[in-house]
Design a protein around this ligand. Structure first.
Ligand code: HT7
Ligand code: ZN
Length: 873
């Protein structure tokens, strides 16, 4: 049935010591010669079974002798050779058609046949679409690669490792050889061939290696690669300083493509990037784009140690490299910018993507126990919850012990394929700590609900904190166990200052304590406490849980005013907004929580000491899909209307101050890329959005001007989005202008598609249907699909869930088509339909019917897997 189980893992029966690959590259007919130097692996002698799909076998030789048909067996997914000796050399010759590869896995064409270039994507199982091979991460081999191609058409020929020669051939062809000294699994293989420009920078590692850093892109994009180079250099230094990790080849190459299934890929020495996450320039990129480029360049670079030097034993261990690398990337970004804002953003991503995943039919453990399509497990759970687990463990150890543990992990497993158990063992052993209790976090799906109750005994001067955890059942996991939950706690006094905390009399006082809940419930006591006003719990979001407390709206308002932990200050605003939202949604006319939320924010609005970026975040209630999460049955239009009432109330409460602050910010220097300028832009944009609600006529006029005179893309986008949400005439004119300006630039034009897809109006369905026919739109391109269709289905509940089901039909039809082109992209888009069962009956029936029709016709295993799990079959 194609299901792979963690419990069935067996060490490979055959290993590959070395592999030589020769490519004769051509857009429509590439030849691949593979020479595998084989070694018997674990277990009794078994035939050699290699993975392989979608290619033609032209020749097969064992130790130089052509094999007879009865000596091997070829089917659609494998090649089995029956009698192979230890140390044998197997040669195969394959034929591929890169231009016919619309799945973008294996060897494929980016761009047009006339002008595009060839490249590969092998994670997770793309290498088997290039040649027959034991395509599993625990087979590590040394790769030598020879590329041959027409010089005019393919002047640049790149592969992993160090350059090992190049030269001319007859008939205008040339060759380049590459040698990677570091044994690696096949998923890290890459080649790139085509007409590309490059920028270059010299780098010397802390241990003295001279490295050429190069970024390659097509001619019209190369002048937008400078920021990525800058981020790369900073990431390399940071990994040396924070983790003692040096780069280990003579070159480090990055290539940008417009045709890519994910964000980027960490192939050894040859990272490949979705252009969206590599290109940046002040005119065309928003602040968010810059942050993405910095984070993703760093992420892929950090994989060189967490992923490449130490890789995964099997795909169940995916979070071993992804969770750990996301955590390292988050640390890096926090240190480059504001740590508080970074933490807020990380938690926003977690709540919007992972908590919703954990609460629905696609919930799975960070280390799942089975899969039928591994590409469907590159999820928020594996990445973002995985990073939270690493953060908890790092926090549990403390900074010095964390570094000691990581050093030990690299020392033990460099050059190996490891497991989560080995990771925890290395971290624990290095510090004499047993971390095995954290394994349960990797095995158990679902977000723990943590209940906290505080009581103060004034006579005994004791504060008692009662904690209780519970995790609701998830598909296939009915029973849940208690998890270790570290909780950072402070008690604030009436003046807002942290009270000295002691767990026992005579102990040294601390401003903050970490208590670890290691059972279903427990109580913790603090002694010698004087007059606590409020507890600040789960500071910095110290564990990925949903916290509920007995604190009232006044307590939250107090935290919002006085809490010194920036994250928890923001969290108090979020909780207040959430409570107001719940009352509004329940139909209440008089909502004290709403008044408290607005009044407290109004009190902070003019606080000159408050970071403008943080203020902008404080002024923003949780997103629709976060608010919608607890609602069953779910009426997306009602959720939208209730959130609108919050925004409206806040805008009215702030009144004329919005226009004034907006005007004041306009007079400041806002062009730069530094944190202060970015913060001012963030607040400027938030003020404009609220002002549009408070005084639409005047604010629309200003927004239209701001669109034209914008000092940056962030301002331009905010002005345009505001106008479009309001349905302003000037918004349509600005849209036309945007299209004209960026018609030739796919990365920027995707913003235009996404902006329209997310206009919160019912008739956006017809707009999106029209855009599907736009000359620049193509279902073959994952970025276009993500901008227009994912934007619509995942970020526009009002239009997507239109009661007549037109939004569902639109996505259903597109999905059926994408499924036959690119299964990974189809499966990802289908995850936007996962919440059907929570909808109110009318919408639920319509969406369920669309899902059932799709499931009946699904062609790919990827889409079929998502639909089957979504429908609960
Ligand atoms: N490790 C990379 C994963 C990836 C991928 C997975 C499935 C299909 C296509 C893909 N492209 C890249 C990305 C990362 O660094 O996390
Ligand atoms: Zn990664």
């Amino acid at each position: 049935n194609g299901v792979v189980h963690l419990a069935d893992y067996r060490a490979p029966a055959w290993r590959v010591e070395q592999v030589e690959l020769e490519f004769d590259l051509d857009i429509s007919a590439t030849r691949v010669l593979a020479r595998l130097h084989l070694r018997r692996g674990a277990g009794a002698a078994q035939p050699l079974r290699l993975d392989g799909a979608g290619q033609e076998l032209h020749a097969i030789r064992l130790d130089g002798r052509a094999l007879e048909p009865h000596e091997y067996q070829l089917d659609a997914q494998s090649l089995t050779v029956f009698a192979v000796d230890d140390g044998a050399v197997l040669e195969t010759e394959a034929g591929l058609a890169p231009d016919a590869n619309s799945a973008l896995s294996g060897l494929y064409l980016s761009g047009s046949a006339g002008a595009g270039f060839l490249l590969t994507q092998c994670e997770a199982e793309g290498f088997r679409r290039i040649t027959w091979y034991p395509d599993r991460p625990d087979v590590l081999a040394r790769f030598r690669v020879l590329l041959r191609a027409d010089r005019q058409r393919f002047p640049v020929l790149l592969a992993n490792g160090n350059p090992a020669g190049s030269g001319e051939l007859e008939d205008g062809r040339h060759w380049a050889a590459w040698d990677d000294p570091h044994p690696k699994p096949s998923y890290l293989f890459a080649l790139v061939a085509g007409r590309l420009e490059q920028i270059e920078q010299d780098y010397t590692t802390a241990d003295g290696r001279a490295v050429k850093l190069r970024i390659f892109a097509e001619a019209d994009a190369i002048d937008r690669c400078g920021y990525a180079m800058d981020a790369l250099v900073r990431a390399m230094r940071w990994d040396e300083q924070r983790y003692g990790r040096n780069y280990d080849l003579d070159v480090f190459h990055i290539v940008a493509t417009h045709d890519f299934n994910m964000g980027a890929m960490e192939n050894k020495g040859l990272n490949i990037f979705n252009a969206k996450y590599l290109l940046a320039d002040p005119q065309r990129s928003s602040d968010e784009d810059y942050a993405h480029v910095e984070a993703i360049v760093a992420h892929e670079y950090f994989h060189n140690w967490t992923g490449n030097r130490v890789t995964c034993r099997d795909w169940f261990q995916l979070s071993l490299k992804e969770g750990l690398t996301v955590y390292r990337e988050q640390q890096f970004s926090a240190e480059m910018n504001s740590a508080t804002l970074k933490r807020i953003e990380d938690v926003q991503v977690l709540r919007r993507a992972q908590f919703t995943e954990d609460a629905g039919p696609l919930a799975h453990a960070v280390r799942p126990e089975r899969y039928s399509a591994i590409d469907n497990f590159y999820t928020a759970t594996v990445y973002d919850k995985g990073a939270e687990l690493v953060r908890m463990i790092a926090g549990r150890l403390g900074e010095t012990a964390w570094r000691r543990g990581m050093d030990e992990y690299f020392r033990r497993h460099d050059g190996e394929a490891a497991t989560v158990e080995q990771f925890l063992a290395a971290l624990g052993d290095a510090n004499g700590v047993d971390l095995s209790a954290y394994l349960a976090w990797y095995a158990q799906a679902g977000t723990p609900q943590l209940q906290a109750r505080g009581t103060y005994d004034a006579a005994a001067r004791r504060y008692r904190l009662d904690l209780r955890q519970r995790t609701a059942p998830t598909p296939g996991q009915a029973r849940k166990q208690a998890l270790p939950i570290p909780l950072r706690v402070a008690l604030l006094g009436a003046d807002g200052r942290a009270l000295p905390l002691r767990r026992e009399a005579g102990a040294a006082p601390q401003d903050e304590c970490v208590v670890e809940l290691d059972a279903a419930s427990r109580c913790f006591e603090f002694v010698d406490i004087d007059a606590p006003r409020v507890a600040s719990l789960l500071r910095g979001f110290s564990a990925p849980v949903q916290l509920s407390t007995d604190q009232g709206a006044d307590d939250l308002a107090f935290l919002l005013r006085f809490e010194s932990d920036g994250f928890n200050r923001w969290e108090a605003a979020q909780q207040l907004a959430r409570r107001a939202f719940e009352r509004v949604l329940g139909g209440a006319q008089n909502v004290p929580e709403l008044d408290i939320w607005c009044d407290t924010l109004a009190g902070l609005f003019d606080d000159a000491a408050l970071d403008p970026a943080l203020l902008a975040e404080l002024l923003t209630p949780p997103e629709l899909n976060e608010l919608a999460q607890p609602c069953t049955p779910l009426d997306p239009a009602a959720v939208f209307a209730a959130r609108e009432r919050l925004e409206q109330a806040l805008a009215q409460r702030l009144g004329a101050a919005l226009e004034q602050r907006h005007a004041a910010l306009l007079k400041t220097e806002r062009g730069g890329l530094d944190g202060a300028a970015r913060g001012r832009r963030r607040l400027l944009n938030r003020c404009l959005r609220l002002w549009l609600r408070q005084d639409p006529a005047q604010a629309q006029e200003i927004a239209a001007t701001r669109y034209v005179l914008a000092a940056s893309m962030s301002e331009r986008l905010a002005a345009l989005a505001g106008l479009l949400a309001d349905g302003a005439e000037s918004g349509e004119k600005a849209l036309q202008d945007f299209e004209r300006r960026y018609d030739n630039d796919p990365v920027t034009l995707d913003k235009w598609f996404a902006l329209q897809a997310t206009i919160p109006r019912p008739d956006t369905v017809e707009r999106v249907a029209g855009l599907l026919r736009h000359a620049r739109f193509s279902l073959r391109n994952p970025n276009r699909v993500s901008a227009l269709l994912m934007g619509f289905a995942a970020r526009n509940p009002l239009a997507f869930h239109r009661p007549d089901g037109a939004g569902y039909v639109l996505i259903e039809q597109a999905l059926a088509e994408i499924d036959s082109l690119n299964p990974t992209t189809a499966a990802r888009l289908a995850t936007a339909l996962k919440d059907w069962a929570r909808l109110e009956p009318g919408r639920r029936a319509l969406l369920q019917a669309a899902l059932q029709r799709l499931a009946a016709g699904a062609r790919s295993q990827d889409l079929a897997d998502i639909l089957r799990r979504t429908l609960g079959d």
